[in-house]
Design a protein around this ligand. Structure first.
Ligand code: ARG
Length: 458
Protein backbone atom coordinates (compact mmCIF):
# COMPACT_ATOMS: atom_id res chain seq x y z
CA UNK A 1 0.00 0.00 0.00
CA UNK A 2 0.98 3.60 -0.55
CA UNK A 3 0.84 3.94 3.17
CA UNK A 4 4.28 2.25 3.09
CA UNK A 5 5.68 5.09 1.00
CA UNK A 6 7.42 8.00 2.67
CA UNK A 7 4.96 10.21 0.76
CA UNK A 8 1.92 7.96 1.22
CA UNK A 9 -0.11 10.19 3.57
CA UNK A 10 -2.59 11.61 1.07
CA UNK A 11 -3.00 8.42 -0.98
CA UNK A 12 -5.83 5.95 -0.55
CA UNK A 13 -4.82 3.50 -3.28
CA UNK A 14 -1.60 1.56 -3.78
CA UNK A 15 0.61 2.53 -6.73
CA UNK A 16 0.01 0.42 -9.81
CA UNK A 17 2.71 -2.26 -9.87
CA UNK A 18 3.85 -1.37 -13.37
CA UNK A 19 3.86 2.35 -12.60
CA UNK A 20 5.93 1.67 -9.52
CA UNK A 21 8.59 -0.06 -11.60
CA UNK A 22 8.26 2.44 -14.44
CA UNK A 23 8.83 5.49 -12.26
CA UNK A 24 11.52 4.01 -10.01
CA UNK A 25 15.14 5.02 -10.51
CA UNK A 26 16.77 2.79 -7.92
CA UNK A 27 18.11 0.39 -10.57
CA UNK A 28 20.50 3.07 -11.75
CA UNK A 29 20.65 5.80 -9.11
CA UNK A 30 21.90 3.39 -6.42
CA UNK A 31 25.22 4.24 -7.96
CA UNK A 32 24.99 7.57 -6.10
CA UNK A 33 24.88 5.92 -2.66
CA UNK A 34 28.19 7.26 -1.41
CA UNK A 35 27.40 10.82 -2.37
CA UNK A 36 23.85 10.57 -1.08
CA UNK A 37 25.25 9.56 2.31
CA UNK A 38 27.93 12.24 2.15
CA UNK A 39 25.22 14.87 1.55
CA UNK A 40 23.05 13.53 4.37
CA UNK A 41 25.93 13.49 6.84
CA UNK A 42 26.63 17.17 6.15
CA UNK A 43 22.93 18.05 6.22
CA UNK A 44 22.54 16.41 9.65
CA UNK A 45 25.60 18.27 10.97
CA UNK A 46 24.10 21.53 9.76
CA UNK A 47 20.72 20.72 11.36
CA UNK A 48 22.51 20.14 14.68
CA UNK A 49 24.53 23.32 14.33
CA UNK A 50 21.39 25.46 13.97
CA UNK A 51 19.53 23.55 16.71
CA UNK A 52 17.05 21.63 14.55
CA UNK A 53 18.55 18.36 15.80
CA UNK A 54 20.21 17.67 19.13
CA UNK A 55 23.83 16.60 18.96
CA UNK A 56 22.76 13.12 20.10
CA UNK A 57 20.29 12.90 17.23
CA UNK A 58 22.91 14.02 14.71
CA UNK A 59 25.36 11.48 16.16
CA UNK A 60 22.78 8.70 15.83
CA UNK A 61 22.10 9.70 12.22
CA UNK A 62 25.81 9.77 11.45
CA UNK A 63 26.35 6.35 13.01
CA UNK A 64 23.36 4.90 11.15
CA UNK A 65 24.53 6.30 7.82
CA UNK A 66 28.05 4.98 8.44
CA UNK A 67 26.60 1.49 8.98
CA UNK A 68 24.50 1.79 5.83
CA UNK A 69 27.60 2.69 3.84
CA UNK A 70 29.32 -0.44 5.13
CA UNK A 71 26.24 -2.56 4.38
CA UNK A 72 26.00 -1.28 0.82
CA UNK A 73 29.68 -1.80 0.12
CA UNK A 74 29.55 -5.30 1.58
CA UNK A 75 26.56 -6.13 -0.62
CA UNK A 76 24.27 -6.43 2.41
CA UNK A 77 21.71 -3.85 1.43
CA UNK A 78 18.28 -4.85 0.17
CA UNK A 79 17.30 -2.38 -2.54
CA UNK A 80 13.58 -1.85 -2.79
CA UNK A 81 11.87 -0.75 -5.99
CA UNK A 82 8.82 0.31 -4.01
CA UNK A 83 11.06 2.83 -2.26
CA UNK A 84 11.65 4.30 -5.69
CA UNK A 85 15.11 5.79 -5.50
CA UNK A 86 18.40 5.94 -3.65
CA UNK A 87 17.24 8.75 -1.37
CA UNK A 88 14.19 6.95 0.01
CA UNK A 89 15.96 3.59 0.17
CA UNK A 90 18.65 5.00 2.41
CA UNK A 91 16.29 7.09 4.50
CA UNK A 92 13.97 4.15 5.12
CA UNK A 93 16.89 1.95 6.10
CA UNK A 94 18.16 4.62 8.46
CA UNK A 95 14.81 4.71 10.23
CA UNK A 96 14.82 0.91 10.48
CA UNK A 97 18.21 1.15 12.12
CA UNK A 98 17.91 4.11 14.50
CA UNK A 99 14.17 4.56 14.86
CA UNK A 100 12.25 7.79 14.93
CA UNK A 101 15.35 10.02 14.76
CA UNK A 102 15.92 8.74 11.22
CA UNK A 103 12.71 10.46 10.19
CA UNK A 104 14.12 13.82 11.25
CA UNK A 105 16.92 13.79 8.68
CA UNK A 106 14.68 15.08 5.90
CA UNK A 107 13.93 18.31 7.82
CA UNK A 108 14.48 21.36 5.62
CA UNK A 109 15.33 19.25 2.60
CA UNK A 110 13.60 17.71 -0.41
CA UNK A 111 14.62 14.98 -2.77
CA UNK A 112 14.75 17.71 -5.38
CA UNK A 113 17.69 19.55 -3.85
CA UNK A 114 19.08 16.24 -2.57
CA UNK A 115 19.33 14.60 -5.99
CA UNK A 116 20.82 17.70 -7.61
CA UNK A 117 23.41 17.76 -4.82
CA UNK A 118 24.20 14.06 -5.16
CA UNK A 119 24.82 14.30 -8.89
CA UNK A 120 27.08 17.30 -8.46
CA UNK A 121 29.11 15.60 -5.70
CA UNK A 122 29.40 12.46 -7.81
CA UNK A 123 30.32 14.26 -11.02
CA UNK A 124 32.92 16.35 -9.21
CA UNK A 125 34.72 13.14 -8.19
CA UNK A 126 34.38 11.59 -11.64
CA UNK A 127 35.84 14.68 -13.29
CA UNK A 128 38.93 14.26 -11.12
CA UNK A 129 39.30 10.64 -12.23
CA UNK A 130 38.84 11.61 -15.87
CA UNK A 131 41.42 14.35 -15.58
CA UNK A 132 43.88 11.89 -14.05
CA UNK A 133 43.40 9.57 -17.07
CA UNK A 134 43.91 12.48 -19.46
CA UNK A 135 47.16 13.27 -17.68
CA UNK A 136 48.27 9.65 -17.95
CA UNK A 137 47.56 9.62 -21.67
CA UNK A 138 49.35 12.93 -22.13
CA UNK A 139 52.38 11.55 -20.30
CA UNK A 140 52.43 8.56 -22.67
CA UNK A 141 52.26 10.86 -25.68
CA UNK A 142 55.06 13.05 -24.40
CA UNK A 143 57.21 9.99 -23.74
CA UNK A 144 56.62 8.68 -27.26
CA UNK A 145 57.21 12.15 -28.72
CA UNK A 146 60.53 12.40 -26.88
CA UNK A 147 61.62 8.97 -28.15
CA UNK A 148 60.65 9.80 -31.73
CA UNK A 149 61.47 13.46 -31.88
CA UNK A 150 63.73 12.98 -34.94
CA UNK A 151 61.63 10.32 -36.67
CA UNK A 152 60.27 11.54 -39.97
CA UNK A 153 56.98 10.64 -41.57
CA UNK A 154 54.86 12.29 -44.22
CA UNK A 155 52.37 14.85 -42.99
CA UNK A 156 49.08 14.74 -44.87
CA UNK A 157 46.46 17.13 -46.09
CA UNK A 158 43.46 15.56 -47.86
CA UNK A 159 45.17 12.29 -46.87
CA UNK A 160 47.69 13.02 -49.64
CA UNK A 161 51.37 13.36 -48.77
CA UNK A 162 51.95 17.05 -48.06
CA UNK A 163 55.21 17.82 -46.24
CA UNK A 164 57.56 15.85 -44.02
CA UNK A 165 56.92 16.18 -40.31
CA UNK A 166 58.40 14.61 -37.21
CA UNK A 167 56.62 11.87 -35.30
CA UNK A 168 57.29 13.79 -32.10
CA UNK A 169 55.46 16.79 -33.52
CA UNK A 170 52.53 14.61 -34.53
CA UNK A 171 52.23 13.08 -31.04
CA UNK A 172 52.43 16.51 -29.47
CA UNK A 173 49.48 17.63 -31.61
CA UNK A 174 47.36 15.07 -29.74
CA UNK A 175 48.88 16.25 -26.49
CA UNK A 176 47.70 19.81 -27.21
CA UNK A 177 44.15 18.69 -27.93
CA UNK A 178 44.05 16.75 -24.67
CA UNK A 179 45.43 19.75 -22.82
CA UNK A 180 42.45 21.84 -23.98
CA UNK A 181 40.16 18.97 -23.00
CA UNK A 182 41.70 18.95 -19.54
CA UNK A 183 41.28 22.70 -19.17
CA UNK A 184 37.68 22.53 -20.36
CA UNK A 185 36.94 20.05 -17.56
CA UNK A 186 38.64 22.27 -14.98
CA UNK A 187 36.39 25.08 -16.09
CA UNK A 188 33.28 22.92 -16.13
CA UNK A 189 34.08 21.68 -12.60
CA UNK A 190 33.77 25.24 -11.30
CA UNK A 191 30.11 25.28 -12.27
CA UNK A 192 29.52 21.71 -11.09
CA UNK A 193 30.87 22.61 -7.67
CA UNK A 194 27.94 24.76 -6.51
CA UNK A 195 25.54 23.48 -3.87
CA UNK A 196 21.78 23.10 -4.48
CA UNK A 197 21.08 21.88 -0.92
CA UNK A 198 18.78 24.23 0.96
CA UNK A 199 16.67 24.93 -2.12
CA UNK A 200 14.39 22.19 -0.73
CA UNK A 201 11.53 21.37 -3.11
CA UNK A 202 11.82 24.63 -5.05
CA UNK A 203 11.32 27.72 -2.91
CA UNK A 204 13.67 27.19 0.01
CA UNK A 205 12.62 26.25 3.52
CA UNK A 206 11.09 27.93 6.55
CA UNK A 207 13.77 26.56 8.89
CA UNK A 208 16.78 28.66 9.89
CA UNK A 209 19.25 26.60 7.87
CA UNK A 210 22.90 27.52 7.37
CA UNK A 211 23.70 26.78 3.74
CA UNK A 212 27.14 28.30 3.91
CA UNK A 213 28.07 25.79 6.59
CA UNK A 214 26.75 22.80 4.63
CA UNK A 215 28.59 24.01 1.53
CA UNK A 216 31.82 24.20 3.50
CA UNK A 217 31.36 20.71 4.92
CA UNK A 218 30.83 19.32 1.42
CA UNK A 219 33.66 21.26 -0.19
CA UNK A 220 31.34 23.20 -2.49
CA UNK A 221 32.57 26.64 -3.48
CA UNK A 222 29.22 28.19 -2.48
CA UNK A 223 25.48 27.56 -2.20
CA UNK A 224 23.43 28.17 -5.37
CA UNK A 225 21.91 31.65 -5.47
CA UNK A 226 18.39 30.74 -6.56
CA UNK A 227 16.39 27.82 -5.26
CA UNK A 228 14.29 27.37 -8.43
CA UNK A 229 17.39 27.29 -10.59
CA UNK A 230 19.22 25.03 -8.14
CA UNK A 231 16.70 22.18 -8.23
CA UNK A 232 15.83 22.33 -11.90
CA UNK A 233 18.71 23.04 -14.22
CA UNK A 234 21.03 20.29 -15.39
CA UNK A 235 23.16 22.60 -17.49
CA UNK A 236 26.23 21.45 -15.55
CA UNK A 237 25.62 17.88 -16.71
CA UNK A 238 25.05 19.04 -20.28
CA UNK A 239 28.21 21.12 -20.19
CA UNK A 240 30.20 18.19 -18.88
CA UNK A 241 28.78 15.91 -21.57
CA UNK A 242 29.62 18.49 -24.23
CA UNK A 243 33.21 18.51 -22.96
CA UNK A 244 33.11 14.71 -23.06
CA UNK A 245 31.97 14.70 -26.70
CA UNK A 246 34.99 16.79 -27.61
CA UNK A 247 37.33 14.41 -25.81
CA UNK A 248 35.73 11.47 -27.60
CA UNK A 249 35.97 13.36 -30.89
CA UNK A 250 39.69 13.77 -30.34
CA UNK A 251 40.11 10.13 -29.38
CA UNK A 252 38.06 9.10 -32.39
CA UNK A 253 40.23 11.07 -34.80
CA UNK A 254 43.31 9.65 -33.12
CA UNK A 255 41.80 6.16 -33.42
CA UNK A 256 41.29 6.67 -37.13
CA UNK A 257 44.98 7.45 -37.55
CA UNK A 258 46.08 4.47 -35.47
CA UNK A 259 43.86 2.17 -37.53
CA UNK A 260 45.28 3.54 -40.78
CA UNK A 261 48.84 3.49 -39.54
CA UNK A 262 48.58 -0.08 -38.30
CA UNK A 263 47.38 -1.30 -41.72
CA UNK A 264 49.76 -3.12 -44.06
CA UNK A 265 49.29 -0.29 -46.57
CA UNK A 266 50.75 2.30 -44.19
CA UNK A 267 52.73 0.07 -41.86
CA UNK A 268 53.79 3.07 -39.75
CA UNK A 269 53.14 1.51 -36.35
CA UNK A 270 52.73 -1.76 -34.59
CA UNK A 271 50.11 -1.97 -31.86
CA UNK A 272 50.88 -4.33 -28.97
CA UNK A 273 49.24 -7.74 -29.40
CA UNK A 274 47.42 -7.46 -26.12
CA UNK A 275 45.46 -4.47 -27.45
CA UNK A 276 44.43 -6.29 -30.61
CA UNK A 277 42.32 -9.31 -31.46
CA UNK A 278 42.35 -11.92 -34.17
CA UNK A 279 39.78 -13.24 -36.57
CA UNK A 280 37.92 -16.50 -36.05
CA UNK A 281 38.25 -17.33 -39.74
CA UNK A 282 41.31 -15.51 -41.11
CA UNK A 283 44.39 -16.79 -39.27
CA UNK A 284 46.63 -13.95 -40.43
CA UNK A 285 44.54 -11.16 -38.90
CA UNK A 286 45.52 -8.78 -36.15
CA UNK A 287 42.79 -6.22 -35.78
CA UNK A 288 43.14 -2.84 -34.06
CA UNK A 289 39.97 -3.35 -32.04
CA UNK A 290 40.71 -0.89 -29.27
CA UNK A 291 40.96 2.21 -31.46
CA UNK A 292 38.07 0.98 -33.62
CA UNK A 293 35.88 0.55 -30.58
CA UNK A 294 36.79 3.95 -29.17
CA UNK A 295 35.93 5.49 -32.54
CA UNK A 296 32.59 3.70 -32.40
CA UNK A 297 31.85 4.65 -28.81
CA UNK A 298 32.06 8.31 -29.72
CA UNK A 299 28.56 7.90 -31.13
CA UNK A 300 27.12 6.98 -27.73
CA UNK A 301 28.52 10.05 -26.07
CA UNK A 302 27.28 12.31 -28.86
CA UNK A 303 23.88 10.66 -28.41
CA UNK A 304 23.99 11.27 -24.66
CA UNK A 305 24.56 14.98 -25.24
CA UNK A 306 21.51 15.18 -27.49
CA UNK A 307 19.50 13.17 -24.94
CA UNK A 308 20.33 15.61 -22.15
CA UNK A 309 19.71 18.71 -24.23
CA UNK A 310 16.37 17.33 -25.35
CA UNK A 311 15.49 16.32 -21.80
CA UNK A 312 16.00 19.89 -20.62
CA UNK A 313 14.62 21.95 -23.44
CA UNK A 314 10.91 22.11 -22.61
CA UNK A 315 10.94 21.97 -18.84
CA UNK A 316 9.23 24.80 -17.02
CA UNK A 317 10.67 25.78 -13.65
CA UNK A 318 11.29 24.12 -11.30
CA UNK A 319 11.93 20.37 -10.75
CA UNK A 320 10.13 17.94 -13.07
CA UNK A 321 10.31 14.17 -13.04
CA UNK A 322 11.85 14.42 -16.52
CA UNK A 323 15.10 15.15 -14.73
CA UNK A 324 15.29 11.60 -13.45
CA UNK A 325 16.31 10.79 -17.04
CA UNK A 326 19.54 12.74 -16.62
CA UNK A 327 21.34 9.92 -14.85
CA UNK A 328 21.71 7.14 -17.38
CA UNK A 329 23.16 9.33 -20.16
CA UNK A 330 25.46 10.97 -17.66
CA UNK A 331 26.62 7.67 -16.15
CA UNK A 332 27.14 6.19 -19.58
CA UNK A 333 29.13 9.22 -20.66
CA UNK A 334 31.46 8.93 -17.69
CA UNK A 335 31.91 5.16 -18.11
CA UNK A 336 32.56 5.42 -21.82
CA UNK A 337 34.98 8.26 -21.43
CA UNK A 338 36.92 6.68 -18.58
CA UNK A 339 37.15 3.37 -20.43
CA UNK A 340 38.30 4.97 -23.67
CA UNK A 341 40.89 7.16 -21.96
CA UNK A 342 42.15 4.25 -19.94
CA UNK A 343 42.56 2.04 -23.01
CA UNK A 344 44.50 4.75 -24.78
CA UNK A 345 46.66 5.62 -21.77
CA UNK A 346 47.51 1.93 -21.23
CA UNK A 347 48.33 1.37 -24.89
CA UNK A 348 50.32 4.48 -25.75
CA UNK A 349 53.67 3.61 -24.12
CA UNK A 350 53.76 0.36 -26.13
CA UNK A 351 53.08 1.72 -29.60
CA UNK A 352 56.05 0.77 -31.79
CA UNK A 353 57.05 2.83 -34.78
CA UNK A 354 58.35 1.55 -38.08
CA UNK A 355 60.78 4.28 -39.06
CA UNK A 356 61.78 2.76 -42.42
CA UNK A 357 58.19 2.60 -43.65
CA UNK A 358 57.49 6.15 -42.56
CA UNK A 359 60.60 7.38 -44.27
CA UNK A 360 59.78 5.53 -47.47
CA UNK A 361 56.30 7.04 -47.49
CA UNK A 362 57.72 10.52 -46.97
CA UNK A 363 60.00 9.99 -49.97
CA UNK A 364 57.12 8.95 -52.18
CA UNK A 365 54.91 11.98 -52.50
CA UNK A 366 57.39 14.77 -53.38
CA UNK A 367 56.98 15.98 -49.84
CA UNK A 368 59.84 18.48 -50.13
CA UNK A 369 58.37 20.27 -53.17
CA UNK A 370 57.38 23.27 -51.04
CA UNK A 371 60.95 23.41 -49.75
CA UNK A 372 62.28 23.69 -53.29
CA UNK A 373 59.81 26.50 -54.04
CA UNK A 374 60.80 28.31 -50.82
CA UNK A 375 64.47 27.87 -51.83
CA UNK A 376 63.84 29.60 -55.16
CA UNK A 377 61.95 32.42 -53.42
CA UNK A 378 64.93 33.03 -51.16
CA UNK A 379 67.05 33.22 -54.32
CA UNK A 380 64.79 36.03 -55.58
CA UNK A 381 61.98 34.37 -57.56
CA UNK A 382 58.31 35.36 -56.90
CA UNK A 383 56.51 32.50 -55.14
CA UNK A 384 54.02 31.89 -57.98
CA UNK A 385 56.85 31.44 -60.50
CA UNK A 386 58.71 29.17 -58.10
CA UNK A 387 55.49 27.13 -57.67
CA UNK A 388 55.25 26.71 -61.46
CA UNK A 389 58.87 25.64 -61.83
CA UNK A 390 58.66 23.09 -59.04
CA UNK A 391 55.43 21.77 -60.53
CA UNK A 392 57.33 21.00 -63.71
CA UNK A 393 60.11 19.31 -61.76
CA UNK A 394 57.52 17.18 -59.97
CA UNK A 395 55.94 16.19 -63.28
CA UNK A 396 59.38 15.08 -64.44
CA UNK A 397 59.81 13.14 -61.21
CA UNK A 398 56.47 11.37 -61.73
CA UNK A 399 57.57 10.43 -65.24
CA UNK A 400 60.96 9.13 -64.19
CA UNK A 401 59.98 7.70 -60.80
CA UNK A 402 62.44 9.94 -58.92
CA UNK A 403 62.01 12.04 -55.82
CA UNK A 404 63.32 15.62 -56.08
CA UNK A 405 66.21 14.71 -53.79
CA UNK A 406 67.16 11.87 -56.14
CA UNK A 407 67.56 14.11 -59.22
CA UNK A 408 71.00 15.29 -60.27
CA UNK A 409 71.97 18.92 -59.93
CA UNK A 410 72.14 19.12 -63.69
CA UNK A 411 68.61 17.78 -64.08
CA UNK A 412 67.29 20.28 -61.53
CA UNK A 413 69.08 23.15 -63.24
CA UNK A 414 67.05 22.41 -66.38
CA UNK A 415 64.09 23.86 -64.48
CA UNK A 416 65.89 26.89 -63.04
CA UNK A 417 69.38 28.25 -63.42
CA UNK A 418 69.12 29.60 -59.87
CA UNK A 419 69.49 26.12 -58.43
CA UNK A 420 72.96 25.36 -57.03
CA UNK A 421 74.46 22.54 -55.03
CA UNK A 422 73.09 23.82 -51.69
CA UNK A 423 69.62 22.77 -52.91
CA UNK A 424 70.18 19.32 -51.46
CA UNK A 425 70.22 20.77 -47.94
CA UNK A 426 66.56 21.61 -48.34
CA UNK A 427 65.48 18.66 -50.47
CA UNK A 428 66.36 16.09 -47.83
CA UNK A 429 63.70 15.14 -45.32
CA UNK A 430 65.94 16.18 -42.43
CA UNK A 431 66.66 19.55 -44.01
CA UNK A 432 62.96 20.10 -44.65
CA UNK A 433 61.83 19.49 -41.06
CA UNK A 434 64.81 21.28 -39.50
CA UNK A 435 64.00 24.39 -41.53
CA UNK A 436 60.58 24.78 -39.92
CA UNK A 437 62.20 26.05 -36.80
CA UNK A 438 59.82 28.50 -35.18
CA UNK A 439 57.27 28.28 -32.42
CA UNK A 440 54.73 25.63 -33.40
CA UNK A 441 56.87 24.27 -36.26
CA UNK A 442 57.81 20.64 -36.82
CA UNK A 443 61.61 21.06 -36.39
CA UNK A 444 62.97 18.65 -33.74
CA UNK A 445 64.48 21.61 -31.91
CA UNK A 446 61.03 23.21 -31.49
CA UNK A 447 59.37 19.95 -30.56
CA UNK A 448 62.02 19.38 -27.88
CA UNK A 449 61.17 22.76 -26.36
CA UNK A 450 57.46 21.96 -26.26
CA UNK A 451 58.16 18.51 -24.80
CA UNK A 452 60.18 20.13 -22.02
CA UNK A 453 57.28 22.49 -21.24
CA UNK A 454 54.83 19.61 -21.25
CA UNK A 455 57.03 17.57 -18.92
CA UNK A 456 57.23 20.50 -16.52
CA UNK A 457 53.43 20.81 -16.55
CA UNK A 458 52.77 17.12 -16.07
N1 ARG B 1 14.61 9.95 -8.34
C1 ARG B 1 14.39 11.35 -8.51
C2 ARG B 1 15.31 11.90 -9.62
O1 ARG B 1 16.15 11.19 -9.99
C3 ARG B 1 14.68 12.09 -7.25
C4 ARG B 1 13.89 13.33 -7.07
C5 ARG B 1 12.46 13.01 -7.00
N2 ARG B 1 11.67 14.12 -6.63
C6 ARG B 1 10.37 14.07 -6.75
N3 ARG B 1 9.72 15.10 -6.35
N4 ARG B 1 9.75 13.06 -7.25
O2 ARG B 1 15.17 13.00 -10.09
Amino acid sequence: MSKDKPWGGRFSEATDAFVEAFTASIEFDKRLYKHDIQGSVAHASMLAKVGLLTQDEADAIHAGLAEILVDIEAGNFQWSVSLEDIHMNIEARLTDKIGITGKKLHTGRSRNDQVATDIRLWLRDEIELIQAEIRRLQAGLVQLAAQEVDTILPGFTHLQVAQPITFGHHMMAWYEMLQRDYERLTDCAKRVNIMPLGAAALAGTTYPIDRQYTAELLGFSRPANNSLDAVSDRDFAIEFTAAATLIMTHLSRFSEELVLWASAQFGFINLPDRFCTGSSIMPQKKNPDVPELVRGKTGRVNGNLIALLTLMKSQPLAYNKDNQEDKEPLFDTVDTLLGSLRAFADMMPYVETNKANMRRAAMQGFSTATDLADYLVVKGLPFRDAHEIVGKAVAYGVETGKDLSEMSLQALQEFSGMITNDVFDVLTLEGSVAARNHLGGTAPEQVRLRIAEAKALL
